[in-house]
Design a protein around this ligand. Sequence first.
Ligand SMILES: [Zn+2]
Length: 366
Amino acid sequence: MTVKDVAKIVEQLAPVGYQEGYDNSGLSVGSPSMEVSGILLCFDVTEKVVDEAIALGANLIISHHPVIFSGLKSITGRSTVERIVLKAIQHNIALYAAHTNLDSVPRGINDKLCDILGLQNRQVLSPLKGQLVKIVTFVPQQQAQDVRDAMFAAGAGGIGSYDCCSFNSEGKGSFRASEGANPFVGKIGELHFEPEVRVEVVCPRIFVNGVVGAMVDAHPYEEVAYDIVPLENDYNKIGIGMVGELEEPIAASAFLELVKEKLGCSVLRYSNPNKSHVKKVAVCGGSGASLAGVAVAKGADVLVTGDVKYHAFLDYQEKLLLVDAGHFETEQFAIGIFYDFIREKIANFAVYKTEQVDNPVNYLYR
Ligand SMILES: [Zn+2]
């Protein structure tokens, strides 16, 4: 099992292509071809976590937050990040992160937050844009089903809760094979008209190469005509934050207690409740106050997130209940999500959860 093999498993859960533009998820230190002796999971990579990996003999650290986020100009050990990277390189330890891509996927952090708060009828709060394309190809009628099946199996044709979605219209394709061609139908040098089906499927951008490859393999023609058309549609399955509903409306004060208890918060910061009861709840693990406007637009009574600034409390106090439950507290499930997913795929592999205290924030309260 190489670093690349483990990365492929993690990317079945959280494809790197779903990270936000400012992010730096994926492998940041180490060789993809290195044999993995063990995996240590953590929230943030600290020097203590690297020491822990060395002691465990685990040469791959998978974290939620990427260590190298805003770039490094040197690796001499002057800053904490430089020291972590230097130590990892010196001990041949690879560093891999799944950050905003883990926030954005089904079975990711926000889905887990919904589980923990008991939210139903969930939708993505802010779907990713520019993630969908339409693939169109033209196939002889006899082979249309094989080509459709190959494209579906490679990841195309999903819309909401439906799969195998396509549109098929019949028409005639024309072509004339030149000398040296090996046409499936028609003769060299003769103009040929063939009854064909125009097959259209929607496809997430990250699967395009695989879907086109599968389509070409299944297609009987030696030159396959196809179009890849970018779509403006939102990709409703993938995106930051989620919104869902509590089973019954509950008092705002009871909801705050629920959040505090379920997330194990020492303190909660929250705006003046604008309603006595809440039912529709938006969540965004980490720093999600910038989604407060989207949460209001989706009819949420409350947004649970972390890192909320004073002015956000002020700006939204009449629009929704804004709850700052803490950055770490709202994302703490990342380690468990990694662990469960990796163990599901490779049961007999050395995977450890860090024993270091991960929350860098402390609270003094009476
Ligand atoms: Zn975070």
